[in-house]
Design a protein around this ligand. Structure first.
Ligand code: IPE
Ligand code: IPE
Ligand code: MG
Length: 246
């Protein structure tokens, strides 16, 4: 019974990596890879819909990606803006609730307003919770959670011993999402790159060599098949999880 329930992830979190190498391999500028990457993102919505996966979180721009050449950063921000502008209504029609997380204040005011607009428009949708992380870093997320808790302590609204893992979690910018069940990183690297550091505590990790622009429905199914084959123990023994006596 347990095995059936946990065979499908409720929440998938993806580091969409390999756009630049996809483009270079074809002799194209890196931005061509980012553009193709947007197509993969668009395809992911119906793919999750068909498989009944209610939460999808995508890492689109890390707090470290500002260190890239300024022309690439500028193009990525423009691409984020135009994609949001072009796709917002379609997402809404498909009952997708969009959340954009990260330290958004560093982005142009125009992009921030677009994000506010998308949040407002899709707020009551229930088909898919699509979360896009931009200027996001797991270390930043934990830091901002600590800061808001410290402010509550400093204001005398609570004492330090009231701080629990659940309370910290409720101050992370993913507080409305369940923890990811399945983490996927495309593009061949096997690292977390400051993504959801707290939230990935018990997530199953899956690394694919496929570059993000080539990550299609079949690749998703391969990841899902790996996930279905994992035994999630959460500290227990395998026998306990299978309901056998030790
Ligand atoms: C991921 O692809 C997209 C972003 C980080 C914005 P990359 O641009 O990192 O692609 P590679 O790793 O250079 O191939
Ligand atoms: C991680 O990819 C960030 C995103 C996909 C948005 P990077 O390509 O920036 O990661 P590193 O720097 O190679 O670890
Ligand atoms: Mg990369």
């Amino acid at each position: 019974m347990d095995a059936v329930i946990s065979s499908k992830p409720r929440h998938i979190a993806i580091i969409m990596d390999g756009n630049g190498r996809w483009a270079r391999r074809r002799g194209l500028p890196r931005v061509a890879g980012h553009r193709r990457g947007v197509e993969t993102v668009k395809n992911m919505v119906p793919i999750c819909g068909k498989r009944g996966i209610p939460y999808l979180t995508l890492f689109a721009f890390s707090s470290e990606n500002w260190n890239r050449p300024s022309a690439e950063v500028k193009l990525l921000i423009e691409l984020l803006h135009t994609t949001l502008e072009n796709e917002m209504r379609r997402l809404h029609e498909h009952k997708v609730r969009l959340r954009v997380i990260g330290e958004l204040s560093r982005f142009p005011r125009k992009l921030q307003s677009k994000i506010d607009e998308a949040h407002e428009l899709t707020r009551s949708n229930r088909a898919l919770n699509l979360t896009i992380a931009i200027n996001y870093g797991g270390q930043w997320d934990m830091t901002q959670a600590c800061q808001s808790l410290a402010e509550l302590v400093a204001a005398g609204e609570m004492t330090p011993d009231a701080i629990t893992p659940a309370l910290i979690e409720s101050h992370l910018c993913t507080s409305e999402l369940p923890p990811p069940d399945l983490f996927i990183r495309t593009g061949g690297e096997q690292r977390i790159s400051n993504f959801l550091l707290w939230q990935l505590a018990y997530t199953e990790l899956y690394f694919s060599d496929t570059y993000w622009p080539d990550f299609d429905e079949q690749c998703v199914d391969e990841a899902l098949a790996h996930f279905a084959g994992r035994q999630r123990r959460f500290g227990k023994t395998g026998e306990q999880v299978r309901g056998e006596s030790a």
